[in-house]
Design a protein around this ligand. Structure first.
Ligand SMILES: [Zn+2]
Length: 164
């Protein structure tokens, strides 16, 4: 398990997840999502050899992904009502809080914010939030109101917005 101050990997609603051990204020950097940089072709090959690893990859740019392997990002779950967004700074990905987060709360992001228009991956959603979209798909298929809100808070990285 990754050793990180103020975060723990613990059982949550759907398997393991990242849980805050202290409160974070809105805008706080939560942690880096680090791992190995892999190509989109490698991610495709993971789908046949190691689908869990494929599903855990974070898009990094037009053609590359970060595979967190056993690092903290591998335990990051989706929510249709997320409390963090992914930001890229100096070539590294981080989670940043988009609301205040109380201790013991699970850290979640919206997977759709990292799915480009060229990503065909979808996943049924069982996040339990109201409203849950029921299906996770590319950012450009988000309901208009949600897309507008995410754009306003910069929750969709430039390299995702640039996809066609
Ligand atoms: Zn959901």
């Amino acid at each position: 398990m990754p050793a990180l101050r103020f975060l723990a990997v613990q059982p949550v609603r759907n398997g393991l997840g990242i849980v805050a051990l202290k409160s974070f204020s809105s805008g706080a950097l939560i942690c880096e999502i680090d791992g190995a940089i892999v190509t989109s072709d490698e991610v495709w090959s993971f789908w046949s050899t190691d689908p869990r690893q494929a599903a855990n990859c974070f898009r990094y740019d037009a053609d590359r992904y970060i595979s967190p392997q056993n690092k903290i990002g591998a335990f990051a779950n989706h929510s249709c009502n997320p409390n963090v967004r992914v930001v890229k700074k100096s070539g590294r990905l981080f989670f940043r809080a988009i609301k205040s987060i109380a201790a013991t709360t699970e850290i979640t992001h919206d997977y759709s914010t990292l799915l480009g228009a060229d990503d065909s991956w979808t996943m049924p959603c069982n996040c339990g939030e109201v409203p849950c979209r029921k299906k996770i798909r590319s950012f450009h298929e988000l309901p208009t109101a949600i897309l507008k809100r995410y754009l306003a808070i910069e929750a969709i990285p430039d390299f995702i917005r640039a996809t066609r």
